[in-house]
Design a protein around this ligand. Sequence first.
Ligand SMILES: N#Cc1c(-c2ccc3cc[nH]c3c2)n[nH]c1N
Length: 246
Amino acid sequence: MRFDIITIFPEYFTPLSASLLGKAQDRGLLSFGVHDLREWAYDRHRTVDDTPYGGGPGMVMKPEPWGQALDDVLTPGARLVVPTPSGRRFTQKVAGELAASPQLVFACGRYEGIDSRVMAHYSSPSSGVEVDELSIGDYVLAGGEVAVLVMIEAVSRLVPGVLGNAESVSDDSFAPGRMENLVEGPVYTKPPVWRGLEVPQVLTSGHHGRIARWRRDEALRRTAALRPDLLARLGREGLDKHDRRL
Ligand SMILES: N#Cc1c(-c2ccc3cc[nH]c3c2)n[nH]c1N
């Protein structure tokens, strides 16, 4: 899977060569291209912003450099992802959708955002590109770079082979299927007792059925306590007969 990022702050993306993502690149599972938008700003000062039409505070990113950059970077079948506080919520389900794309191109806005004609241009059916304006949450950042790091990490770990055999995405919080609309329960490792606190006995019982049941019960309890909004979404069809006993 190919990720391309267009930004005026390429240095934000040096972490991509670290840890999980670095190893996945070395194994040829993922590839990244980080591009400085100013390479497509041809005036002497490499200008990428200007004052907003209609007045108002701040600056808006000019369409011309973005058009040149995206024309060069996008390939057929790519998805263009534009982080914005006004976008569709980025969720585990959306991450799964994006993970199916051969190429994701991320447009990192700054200032008051990117001239809206850029998204309109690439949203037209003739462009052959799918455009997703996405938000990682209801708070305001200074630009799209941090949001892109979040999305890349969430999407990359869903690409087959990126996670080791020991790790699984199917039991993740929010994972489609049995964990959709649920958060994970508590986790434990050695020592069996720490500062007087013991590991729940069921986890050392070796009884896999009981362990699976306990984990689901704990996931339901934690979801009810921490994310009742998700539990409401789960609805009765998402609960099995045992769950309803809780
Ligand atoms: N995704 C996302 C965002 C942003 C965001 C994204 C792009 C720009 C460009 C200028 N300011 C931005 C804020 N703020 N909060 C979110 N959840």
